[in-house]
Design a protein around this ligand. Structure first.
Ligand code: NAD
Length: 287
């Protein structure tokens, strides 16, 4: 890739490492004060290789900042009750601050039932309806990690949000909806787009901030991007064994002010926000 001088390709990994360093210092201060380390519990159901790889990354990230992590692995044949029993055990465990149940779950298991079973105080993925409700009301809560990471990227690049036109493509509960709420809380004017949106390209051309969380490879073309816009590519799709984003990263060169690449962009920031939410849950439990 040969980036245009006008477009900054965001080094999400570098940003993530800066924030992880700060989190590591926070953890070290707690340890120096004689307290235990914060602990993240991850529940993995089945043997999906992508999920196993995500969990490995999370475990490594915890270790690097001095946090503890524990894993509970269940077979793909596990029932909803089996999973809820594990969540219940982790809810009761005072040594566990955050619980993440890796998605996707087997088809017979309701992800809503599992999200509702996690104690809201330990819901570091921000998926419990109580946290989602607090987010809607603008109250303090655990914010879903990918949206939190996106806002942090925009903040660190000093992208003005007040009064800005933000277009979010995708309306999932884990990315599209929460990132729309967060942008609106920062006084952006948000348009939420989805698979039935008319004239998607035309709406995108009005966007000062464009977030693509779709899962359609290279959906967003260079000429959909307003000059000077901030473009956040959340999508990750495997195409012939290669991971591809929702944005034609090369095509937006020279149009966008910043663009996140589909690798080392939003992904490392997502894990970092998970670590941050776990440290917050830990500190809340001390208070
Ligand atoms: P999802 O897969 O649940 O839903 C996709 C959304 O895109 C839906 O709201 C749908 O209406 C919309 N959509 C589908 N086709 C469209 C089209 N042609 N035009 C406009 N909108 C369309 O959403 P999700 O779980 O938020 O995932 C979206 C993508 O983001 C996936 O590729 C996923 O892998 C990726 N993702 C990445 C991270 C990360 O940390 N990098 C985190 C979460 C999700």
């Amino acid at each position: 890739m040969n980036p245009s001088p006008q477009t900054v390709v965001v080094d999400g990994l570098g940003l993530a490492q800066e924030i992880r360093k700060e989190l590591g210092e926070t953890v070290a201060a707690h340890l120096a004060a004689g307290r235990r380390a914060p602990c993240l519990a991850v529940v993995l159901v089945g043997d999906d290789p992508a999920s196993a790889s995500y969990i490995k990354g999370k475990r490594r990230a915890c270790k690097r900042i001095g946090m503890e992590s524990v894993e509970r692995t269940l077979p793909g044949t596990a029932s909803q009750d089996d999973i809820l029993a594990v969540v219940d055990e982790l809810n009761r465990n005072d040594g566990v601050d955050g619980i993440l149940v890796q998605l996707p779950l087997p088809e017979a298991v309701s992800p809503h039932a599992v999200a509702e079973a996690v104690l809201p105080a330990k819901d570091v993925d921000g998926l419990h309806p109580l946290n989602a409700g607090h987010l809607l009301h603008g109250q303090p809560c655990h914010v879903p990690c990918t949206p939190a990471g996106i806002l942090e990227i925009l903040r660190r690049f000093e992208i003005p949000l007040e009064g800005a036109n933000a277009v979010v493509i995708g309306r999932s509960a884990i990315v599209g909806k929460p990132v729309s709420l967060l942008l609106q809380q920062q006084n952006a004017t948000v348009t939420m787009c989805h698979s039935r949106t008319r004239d998607l390209a035309g709406l995108c051309r009005e966007a000062d901030i464009l977030v693509a969380a779709v899962g359609v490879p290279r959906l967003v073309k260079g000429d959909w991007v307003k000059p000077g816009a901030a473009v956040i590519d959340v999508g990750v799709t495997s195409v012939a064994g290669e991971l591809v984003g929702d944005v034609d990263t090369e095509g937006v060169q020279g149009h966008a002010k910043i663009v996140t690449p589909h690798r080392r962009g939003v992904g490392p920031m997502t894990i970092t926000m998970l670590l941050g939410n776990t440290v917050t849950a830990y500190e809340d439990s001390l208070a």
